[in-house]
Design a protein around this ligand. Structure first.
Ligand SMILES: Nc1ncnc2c1ncn2[C@@H]1O[C@H](COP(=O)(O)OP(=O)(O)OP(=O)(O)O)[C@@H](O)[C@H]1O
Ligand SMILES: [Mg+2]
Length: 497
């Protein structure tokens, strides 16, 4: 059970004076305490031990869901289903009814036949050790599917459960971690009080993002989400970048890695790809795995940038699973469990304890046009610490990144920047929106300069402000530089007056 053998000094000699009362009166020496807590841990582990490996039978396959009989397994447990020939199919327990278990496969179901053997996949639990406080693995979530983590994974492209997709050498992971983590005690999290340089001027200057902040990137299709995320991944000062490509087209995965991230960007990144053609469970696992990787590096004190494209596809994967096990749809076809899953995923990102690492996360959310009713977008807005909205009309006009500054907000910003900086932003926004409101008037020449001073100033400064917000894909803009340029925009203009 343990690799620590007791030193001779640890041998406790029983003497007549060593009665129960005497032992209770004196504080136990440290080695006794160590052994006592070890025995407690070992006892607890034995109480929760798994029953002997049992097997069940496949009774039915209904669409994607398999029904197994003859096994009693907890939710979230991983199983193997054996086809007549070929490798077993991995599946997760996603529900049950009476004696039937509902299993969702990670891969496809080819080759399975009625009565196929179903076996539990035993998760290894680290044995307790003398002198070590907590033993992981007591909660069922700790026994969820495990996947590889480690610094040697940098530069690699992996699937939703950590198998390499890039055809390079086999992985040499430092450790295996459960895809589900324990919820973080909100009281021990460090506050968001330091800005993170994301290398994009409009964000650094106008929507400063803090270390440990979770942002949404709301946009329709083809408005430039991937390009913007790629810019952040390439230019940010975060030490590690984890990219989760969940449910997007397969072609996009290669494009993102080759053209957007590039060799340079990939060197300090790990890409987890679970594209649209993988099963819904694999897509959920992909998102969980990307988060697990980010958590691993955060727990080592690193600043991690987690990029998840997209949260909407994650919600859709959960919807597929929930509907196929019979959960009734509620909001626009989404069953309630979807809205429970979203915060569970998002809450895993964020800061660690004070002085530790951080996970700053960007989740893309599909929000087409003026559709404010999309339930996933609604839910995401509520659980994230800010949102960046990309506008199709800006993109169409060649304004990239197409960030709609008026509709975007970073909720943690007030704690991150100076009052002067906030003032400049307020000024920028008020002039910018004044111009936008008068745009139609100006276009038809219905406005006579001189009749509204604020609008005059807005008209004069608009080209500079617009230029400030634009940034070419191959140019990086640091945090200090972005803030300096922003204040320079107004002080220079003031001097010119
Ligand atoms: N910073 C930029 N500079 C120049 N062009 C850009 C920029 N960002 C986006 N584009 C243009 O917009 C197109 C779509 O961008 P991108 O693929 O990033 O969009 P997307 O929102 O990820 O699309 P999808 O919804 O298909 O995933 C690009 O092919 C490019 O032409
Ligand atoms: Mg994209």
């Amino acid at each position: 059970m343990t690799d620590e053998t007791p030193a001779p000094a640890d041998t406790h000699v029983l003497t007549e004076t060593n009665t129960a009362e005497a032992a209770a009166a004196l504080p136990a020496p440290p080695y006794i305490q160590r052994w006592r807590s070890f025995l407690e841990e070992a006892g607890a582990l034995a109480r929760h031990a798994d029953p002997l490996v049992a097997s069940g039978r496949l009774a039915r396959i209904n669409g994607l869901v398999m029904e197994a009989a003859g096994l009693k397994l907890p939710l979230g447990c991983t199983c193997k289903v054996f086809p007549v020939a070929g490798p077993p199919v991995e599946a997760e327990v996603v529900g049950f009814q009476g004696e039937k278990l509902f299993l969702m496969p990670s891969d496809d179901l080819f080759g399975l036949s009625p009565g196929a053997r179903v076996e539990r996949l035993m998760a290894t639990v680290a044995p307790p050790r003398v002198g070590q406080k907590t033993v992981r693995g007591r909660r069922s979530a700790d026994r969820a599917k495990q996947a590889p983590v480690g610094i040697s994974l940098l530069g690699r492209v992996l699937d939703g459960v950590g198998r390499p997709l890039d055809g390079k050498e086999p992985l040499r992971p430092e450790a295996q971690r459960s895809l589900q983590s324990r919820p973080y005690n909100p009281m021990t999290r460090a506050p968001i009080d330091k800005a993170l340089d994301v290398g994009v001027r409009a964000i650094n200057g106008m929507l400063t993002v803090g270390r440990g902040q979770r942002m949404g990137l709301f946009a329709g299709s083809g408005v430039g989400k991937s390009m913007l995320l790629g810019m952040m991944a390439r230019y940010t000062t975060a030490e590690i970048i984890i990219v989760g490509l969940i449910g997007e087209r397969g072609r996009e995965v290669k494009e993102f890695i080759d053209q957007i991230l590039g060799e340079e960007g990939l060197r300090r990144a790990i890409v987890v790809a679970a594209p649209a053609d993988t099963g819904p469970l694999m897509r959920l696992q992909g998102a969980a795995y990307a988060t697990t990787l980010a958590e691993y590096f955060r727990d080592q004190g690193k600043d991690v940038l987690l990029i998840m494209d997209s949260l909407t596809r994650y919600a859709m994967a959960q919807r597929e699973i929930a509907l196929s096990v019979g959960e009734p749809p509620a909001t626009r076809g989404y069953p309630p469990s979807v809205f429970a899953r979203l915060p569970q995923l998002v809450e895993r990102a964020g800061n660690g304890p004070v002085g530790g690492g951080s996970i700053t996360a960007f989740y893309t959310v599909l929000a087409e046009g003026d559709d404010q009713q999309d339930p996933v977008a609604d839910a995401a807005r509520a659980i994230l610490d800010g949102h960046i909205v990309l506008s199709r009309s800006l993109g169409d006009a060649g304004h990239y990144p197409a960030i709609d500054i008026e509709q975007s907000i970073s909720r943690a910003m007030v704690n991150l920047v100076t009052p002067e900086h906030l003032n400049v932003i307020r000024r920028f926004k008020s002039l910018f929106s004044r111009y936008q409101r008068a745009r139609d008037l100006l276009a038809v020449g219905a406005y006579t300069p001189g009749s509204d001073q604020v609008l005059d100033e807005a008209v004069r400064r608009y080209p500079e402000m617009e230029r400030y917000l634009q940034q070419n894909f191959d140019v990086s803009a640091g945090l200090e530089e972005s803030v300096r340029d922003l204040s320079g925009l107004f002080s220079a203009a003031q001097q010119a007056e």
